[in-house]
Ligand binder design. Structure first.
Ligand code: C5P
Length: 237
């Protein structure tokens, strides 16, 4: 199922590898290309997170999961950005978890730490990367950035409210999520069904996952309105 490789990547033993998943269709954007290639400030959405991860001192090497047929444009983009840490670009799978699994195949066995990030969250920065990496040295095998849920949360069945759920201990989970590579590989060795993030798979196999403060600016682009908002944040940063 893959791939376009580029020699000269920066991977080395014991390194921190980033997996950047960009293979979603992004149908809710209603454009003629996958979401990762939607225009953000005049360049593909993918460029923003790719450049930020490449410039981060915390990241040694990057594997990108691109949409089917968009592997070559992704590699060309990495070259245009002089993103020298990009080691390969794999073809993504049917679900986000499948895309991560494809990318993991291109991460060498001696990688110690894996950071998995959604290209759909362009405004990733070093502060949040540093926050998610820190607990891995304190006995956690995974770390997620989270934010409190500002809205009242209700369970609804067929248009009827059946319960109002206490939001006291509920949070929204973002990416980047960080893992000990061994723990993430173990989690991805099993059933991937229903997983909307990597942490849930690690939790399923009993892995201890820490929650650290997320970033309000780490918005996930789903609709055209999200894209416009991220563009404003980008212009004002
Ligand atoms: O679809 P959604 O925005 O929730 O996807 C989150 C991230 O996972 C996006 O960056 C998207 O490109 C990626 N993804 C993927 N492969 C899929 C589905 C989503 O890489 N099959």
């Amino acid at each position: 199922m893959r791939e376009t490789s580029r020699p000269g990547g920066a991977g080395e033993a014991g390194a921190t590898w980033a997996v950047l998943v960009a293979a979603g269709a992004g149908e809710r954007l209603e454009i003629d290309r996958p979401k990762a290639f939607a225009s953000l400030g005049g360049r593909p959405l993918l460029a923003e997170s790719l450049e930020r991860l490449d410039r981060s001192p915390w990241i040694d090497a990057i594997v990108v999961a691109a949409p089917v047929g968009w592997e070559e444009p992704a590699i060309l983009l990495a070259e245009e950005l002089a993103a020298t840490k990009v080691v390969s670009c794999v073809t993504g799978g049917a679900t986000r978890a499948d895309s991560v699994r494809e990318a993991l195949e291109d991460v060498p066995d001696d990688a110690l730490v894996l950071l998995v990030h959604d290209a759909a969250r362009p405004l990733v920065d070093d502060a949040v990367i540093e926050r998610v990496l820190a607990p891995l040295a304190e006995g956690f095998v995974g770390v997620v950035p989270v934010l409190p849920i500002p809205d009242t949360v209700k369970r609804v069945d067929n248009g009827v409210v059946v319960e109002t759920v206490s939001r006291d201990d509920l949070v929204g989970a973002q990416t980047p999520q960080a893992f000990l590579a061994s723990a993430l590989r173990r989690a991805f060795g099993g059933d991937l069904s229903g997983a909307t993030d990597c942490s849930s798979l690690v939790e399923r196999v009993g892995g201890r996952v820490a929650a650290v403060e997320g970033e309000p600016t780490l918005l996930k682009v789903t609709t055209a309105a999200d894209l416009a908002l991220v563009e404003v944040l980008l212009a004002s940063s």
